[in-house]
Design a protein around this ligand. Sequence first.
Ligand code: HEC
Length: 126
Amino acid sequence: MEHRIIKPIFLAILLPLIFYSCYYDNKGDLYPFDVETCDIENVTYSSTVKPIMEASCVSCHQQSNPSGGVRVDTYKELKKVADDGRLWGSINHESGYSAMPLGGGKLSDCSLLQIQQWINDGSPNN
Ligand code: HEC
């Protein structure tokens, strides 16, 4: 008699728990960005990194009166801060570096991955 009551109650509690644990296992929660649309295979300076710089950085870091003496508006200038670690340190908000873009939100996770890939490739002029 006891079992006949306890079993349905037990199932009524357990089944939703199982469903909910699966429900939260979706891709959007596991990855903060869409891995399928973030292309880190074909990263180049001209098609990937330069447009990011132009959208978020060049306004403060161009030839005339560049902030902090740092320029990111040409390959040659960007290469300097890529090589000395300041590019990655600043956009990744690491301690010891000024967080960039100054006063704005961090670059998207996809942009960060793409720039990291470019730096890991040796920041080529491609
Ligand atoms: C609103 C203006 C502004 C924007 C936008 C901006 N910066 Fe800066 N940046 C500055 C200023 C001002 C400094 C120098 C003062 C400081 O270090 O806080 C600086 C410093 C830096 C430095 C040197 C950091 C260090 O710790 O030595 C790097 C590298 C840099 N910026 C890269 C970037 C990149 C890459 C972006 C785009 C993602 C960007 N900045 C966007 C204003 C800006």
